[in-house]
Design a protein around this ligand. Sequence first.
Ligand code: UDP
Length: 145
Amino acid sequence: MVKWRVMALERTYAMVKPDGVKRGLVGEVLRRLEHKGFKIVGMKLMQIPRATAEEHYGEHRGKPFFEGLVSFITSGPVVAMVVEGENAIAEWRKMMGATNPKDAAPGTLRGDFAATIDENIVHGSDAPETAEREIGIFFKPEELL
Ligand code: UDP
């Protein structure tokens, strides 16, 4: 009997946050993504406008950390990326590690490089619908190669 493996070629929105850029971790993040075999199909250095940050983090509007989060993410340049690969959404979340670096395993980016939840180096979409929405916020279709 032939067993077929279900391939899920996905695209996810990945971002090096301002703390990651300031600390010179862009190369480290890219190295890990490329070594894992993921394809970078979109990438730009940008300073996120406030309105874009509020849209991106819309699900957190009203929470106590929302204002701080928006201020932080707009505080300096980020590297915005679209990453493609098999199960890219879940795999990139695994590589990032838990939201709170205190709970993030060694070997993950947050486990290895971050100390506090408000400055945790990287972002990644958490589901296919989120990935589609976030990619659309940061990239025009013609910017994806
Ligand atoms: N965040 C925070 N305080 C909290 C919860 C979240 O500062 O109590 C920030 C944190 O930087 C996190 C971001 O808000 O990365 C978005 O939260 P989410 O739960 O979506 O985590 P993520 O998807 O980034 O792991």
